[in-house]
Design a protein around this ligand. Structure first.
Ligand code: IPE
Ligand code: IPE
Ligand code: MG
Length: 263
């Protein structure tokens, strides 16, 4: 572990953190008021690599460690659901070589990590259009996803070829299909009914959304589900994201007052 203290600006205080700070932050988290569902826009891999004069794909590779640590930390804390944005419907526009690398990396990571995750009570699902993934990736992912934990402690959703608008359009199409087939009456279409056609059917909406890499935007992530989520943005690039950052985000979340439009 590097010893350089990392500084965080949180609320009114500016706290200098080191190894001990991590434990203090952890101790300060109120376990009764954890966000039930945390969603993360894992951004900044390319810039992390470029800053080190490395090819962008090395940033993606380095991001795997951050994901491993985050999943572990969420599991230990008792966060019930974690959703991570791994590849967007717009990310196909990147150079073919980067897209290919990401696909292989995601597939390998799922295959290699899943047995251990399942043993630890992590249930994995993919949200997004898997039909557009390269056949080889799709087949191996589908096979790996059959592994289920005996009892799910943490529900991990990986957003892969995911786009919020595409998800909403797909839900509308599926719902319209059921209306035409006489399974759903027009007057029964409400927010809850519509939600049940989304990839996230059955999951609570995210309470806390973390975006690394410093951009202040949603980038087509969970457009429907984020209606009242709390946002926490850090300039830290995804490969540098550690437990302390997660704890800091949760503490900041716990200091906020959620109003949902009320006073
Ligand atoms: C996020 O990092 C990972 C994916 C979008 C797949 P980026 O690759 O977007 O990194 P930056 O934002 O260019 O630094
Ligand atoms: C969002 O990051 C998508 C993922 C993290 C997978 P992007 O890098 O694609 O988003 P923009 O282009 O900065 O909005
Ligand atoms: Mg980016």
């Amino acid at each position: 572990m590097h010893k350089t203290p990392v500084s965080f600006s949180s609320g009114v205080d500016r706290v200098q953190l080191n190894g001990a700070g991590e434990e203090q932050l952890l101790a300060a988290i109120d376990r009764q008021r954890l966000p039930v569902h945390v969603a993360i826009i894992m951004d900044g891999n390319g810039r992390w690599a470029t800053r080190r004069s490395l090819p962008r794909v090395e940033g993606h590779r380095a991001g795997v460690g951050a994901l491993r640590e985050t999943v572990e930390a969420c599991g230990q804390l008792g966060v019930r659901y974690l959703t991570v944005y791994a590849f967007s419907t717009e990310n196909w526009e990147r150079p073919e070589q980067e897209v290919g690398f990401l696909m292989d990396l995601l597939m390998t990571v799922v295959e290699q990590e899943l047995p251990r995750l399942v043993d630890n009570g992590v249930g994995l699902r993919v949200i997004g259009d898997m039909s557009r993934l390269p056949a080889r990736v799709r087949e191996r992912l589908t096979e790996a996803l059959k592994m289920r934990p005996r009892e799910e402690k943490l529900g991990l959703s990986v957003a892969l070829n995911y786009g919020g608008r595409a998800e909403i359009a797909r839900a509308a199409r599926l719902l319209a299909h059921d209306v035409v087939a006489g399974k759903v009456r027009l007057e029964d279409i409400d927010e809850a009914a519509f939600s049940s056609y989304l990839y996230t059917a059955g999951l609570p909406d995210p309470d806390l959304v973390i975006r690394t890499g410093g951009e202040h935007r949603i980038s087509n992530f969970l457009l429907w589900q984020l209606a009242y989520s709390e946002l926490w943005i850090t300039p830290v690039y995804w490969p540098d994201f550690r437990r302390v950052h997660l704890y800091e985000a949760i503490l900041d979340y716990q200091r906020r007052q959620r109003r949902f439009g009320r006073i």
